[in-house]
Design a protein around this ligand. Structure first.
Ligand SMILES: Cc1cc2nc3c(=O)[nH]c(=O)nc-3n(C[C@H](O)[C@H](O)[C@H](O)COP(=O)(O)O)c2cc1C
Length: 209
């Protein structure tokens, strides 16, 4: 069964641009995969812990030698990695925060990047273990960071996500950027008019597939 993992990280609920775009994506995906399954994770409601010394110790202890306490420490990480393994495809709603990804999404990445689970150095070179997956990132930002703009080098969202997911084996990636959302706050543009080209890009993504 085709499975999509949807991960939202905006703290803004219904006011969020990236959440509206992931919703749009999921609607198209369901139409294209009527028997498919969607796993939805909302990082604004899941309280993930930062990586600690105990977490690192547990992660690098061989699985069959872990204590019950170490298993408990890794339980959240195991469950988030199971989502990634179960799904064939991922969609992320990503608000730009301080030129980078939101801290909740970074906490999630720190939980899912695990040696011998999602990457391996067993052969002496890094190997991503999330193979055959594809990911779409729907990024909302107040400013515009398109490659042709003077602000392009301030965008740490796309290069970071491309790098970290590539490291984990997910190289089939697509970024749809809804830049310039700040205009909404100044009443310079209507929300539907702002969203229209990005909704259209999502629709085109499904028609091109
Ligand atoms: C804490 C915070 C930090 C932000 N930092 C930036 C930034 O560095 N650059 C930018 O262009 N917009 C920034 N913004 C604006 C958001 O990227 C913009 O509002 C976007 O729509 C957020 O996505 P969302 O609507 O899905 O939450 C920031 C917004 C917040 C709340």
């Amino acid at each position: 069964m085709a499975t999509l993992l949807q991960v939202d990280s905006s703290p803004l609920g219904d006011a969020s641009i990236s959440r509206q775009l992931t919703k749009e994506f999921v609607e198209h995906w369901r139409k294209a995969n009527p028997n498919g399954k969607v796993i939805s994770r909302d990082l604004s409601t899941i309280s993930l812990q930062p990586v600690t010394g105990a977490w690192i110790g547990a992660a690098y202890t061989p699985e069959d030698a872990r204590t019950p306490a170490q298993r408990e420490i890794l339980a959240a990480s195991d469950s988030l990695i199971a989502d990634l393994q179960a799904a064939d495809e991922y969609v992320f709603g990503v608000p730009m925060h301080n030129f980078a990804i939101p801290s909740t999404l970074k906490l999630w990445i720190d939980q899912i990047a695990r040696a011998n689970k999602t990457f391996s150095y067993a052969n002496g070179t890094p190997e991503g273990l999330l193979k055959g997956k594809k990911a779409t990132f729907l990024v909302a930002s107040g400013g515009n960071y398109d490659a042709t703009t003077a602000m392009a080098s301030f965008n740490f969202v796309e290069p970071y996500l491309r790098t970290v997911f590539g490291f984990l084996g997910v190289t089939d990636t697509k970024f749809i950027s809804a830049g310039g959302a700040a205009a909404l706050n100044y009443g310079k543009v209507d929300r539907q008019a702002f969203l229209k080209p990005h909704v259209e890009s999502i629709r085109a993504h499904f028609h091109a597939a």
